[in-house]
Design a protein around this ligand. Structure first.
Ligand SMILES: NC(=O)c1ccc[n+]([C@@H]2O[C@H](COP(=O)([O-])OP(=O)(O)OC[C@H]3O[C@@H](n4cnc5c(N)ncnc54)[C@H](OP(=O)(O)O)[C@@H]3O)[C@@H](O)[C@H]2O)c1
Length: 423
């Protein structure tokens, strides 16, 4: 039986899940893999769960980096510093690192990858995207023969929970956010989730692996869900759409578009059925065709499942694998990042209830090359009424210019929302 000596840093949500998993599944892993998981040290600021004193570390460098017997360091403290320094020190000492830290990986991957390569240690991060969903290894180890051309994902559980609750219980964004915070499903400071940063980091990691080209976060368009209202969701529903915060990336030749934003998708789209805090990633490879992976995108035990898959995988490798694409701070000069991509739009305008208003609006869209696919105006009688339009696919810039022009005419009281539509 091969013994693998492990140090765990961080004993919060995921760290506690990993600790429990090692205790619970130790024998199963021995039977299945012939590996004995030997937890040697645990470093935490506070020990909220009961662990033997003999495991408790007090100093990362003295107790873990300097301990030559430790093979694998599991980093679950999150954030950039000191996580980055800890990981670099562990890699520098030849220890394989398993991390769930998407913020760090998305922003400092080149440096971490180079440090791992230099010492021959492994760097694994299955839990950084999609919680328990094995999406990283699926792209890296199961879809190698494919050219992956597009990816759409619900990769932030908090926002999917909020949008699902708003749609199903007809509640406002503020009401659902407060409920989610009370239940621990959203952070007290929800910015990273609701403004799309978390999904942006994850999309950077996934797109880089899928497209075999680094997609730095700076090239990803980001828009969160804070401007979404119940009206948008209700009108979308009436038109047969479900509203999701999607992470979308596409590659055509050497051109990549990567974006995170609220998106209307037809109710028949596989991603429309993903409810609550669940995640799903839907991608297209030229050989495999369409594929969707679905599961719990967060939580102590699902995320621990992904962390432990990395630990066991790493323990089984004679030598480790590193990224083979141009993995530097900026993207390769061969790559172009599209900002003026094409998509359809759901537009909610507040307009004067008067004759010829629609003709004037359609005329302005037409002058920017934007054509309308459907129009819905249900309310009449008051001075200003909502008008909901779905455009055909159009260039981003054309729609924005048309909306700019519309917002200046007296017939349009306001552009209440503009939400992209994907099919
Ligand atoms: N939660 C999830 O479902 C989930 C899913 C996927 C990925 N992740 C990623 O997993 C990582 C951990 O997330 P989490 O939710 O478990 O966070 P968490 O609950 O906040 O746990 C982090 C723990 O690390 C401790 N810590 C901070 N600095 C430390 C240090 N210098 N030395 C030792 N311990 C330290 C914290 O202690 P204090 O609380 O006392 O500061 C806290 O207990 C993050 O990178 C996160 O993005 C989380």
């Amino acid at each position: 039986m091969r013994e693998v000596n492990i140090a765990l840093i961080g004993l919060g949500t995921v760290g506690s899940g990993v600790y429990k998993t090692i205790c619970l599944q130790k024998q199963r892993v021995e039977h299945k893999e012939g590996i004995s998981l030997n937890l040697k040290k645990v470093l935490a600021l506070e020990y909220a769960i009961d662990i033997p004193d003999s495991l408790k570390a007090t100093d990362f460098y003295a107790d873990i980096v300097s301990d030559k017997s430790i093979d694998i360091v599991i980093e679950l403290i999150g954030g950039i510093s000191p996580a980055k320094e800890f990981i670099l020190a562990a890699l520098g000492a030849g220890k394989t690192v398993v991390t769930a830290n998407k913020d760090l990986l998305a922003q400092h991957w080149p440096e971490l990858n180079a440090a791992a390569k230099a010492s021959g240690a492994g760097l694994y991060f299955e839990a950084s995207v999609g919680g328990g969903i094995p999406i990283i290894r699926t792209i890296w180890e199961s879809l190698q023969a494919n050219e992956i051309t597009s990816m759409m994902g619900i990769i932030n559980g908090t926002t999917n929970y909020i949008l699902t609750k708003m749609a199903e219980e007809k509640l406002s964004y503020e009401e659902v956010l407060a409920q989610a915070q009370a239940q621990g499903l959203a952070e007290a400071n929800p910015k990273s989730d609701v403004e799309g940063y978390d999904a942006m980091y994850k999309l950077s990691i996934l797109s880089s692996l899928a497209f075999h080209a680094r997609v730095p976060v700076e090239y990803i368009y980001r828009e969160g869900i804070t401007g979404i209202t119940l009206e948008d969701i209700k009108y979308g529903q009436e038109l047969g759409y479900t509203l999701k915060l999607l992470a979308i990336s596409k590659r055509e030749g050497n051109t990549v578009q990567a974006r995170v934003h609220p998106t209307m998708i037809p109710n028949t789209h596989p991603l429309a059925s993903i409810r609550g805090a669940f995640n799903a990633i839907y991608l297209h490879g030229n050989i495999v065709d369409d594929i969707m992976l679905y599961g719990r995108g967060a939580g102590d035990m699902p995320t621990a499942s992904a962390v432990m898959s990395d630990v066991i995988y790493a323990a089984n490798q004679a030598s480790h694998k590193y990224t083979t694409f141009y993995n530097e701070k900026d993207a390769s000069s061969e790559m172009t990042f599209e900002k003026n991509w094409e998509s359809a739009f759901f537009l909610r305008l507040i307009v004067l209830d008067a004759p010829n208003v629609l003709a004037k609006i359609a005329g302005i869209f037409g002058s920017h090359g934007v054509s309308l696919a459907s129009v819905m105006q249900k309310e009449h009688g008051s001075e200003s009424v909502p008008l909901v339009l779905i455009t055909h696919k159009a260039k981003e810039l054309s729609v924005k210019q048309a909306l700019g022009e519309l917002s200046k005419i007296k017939e349009v009281t306001s552009v209440a929302n503009a939400i992209r539509v994907e099919s």
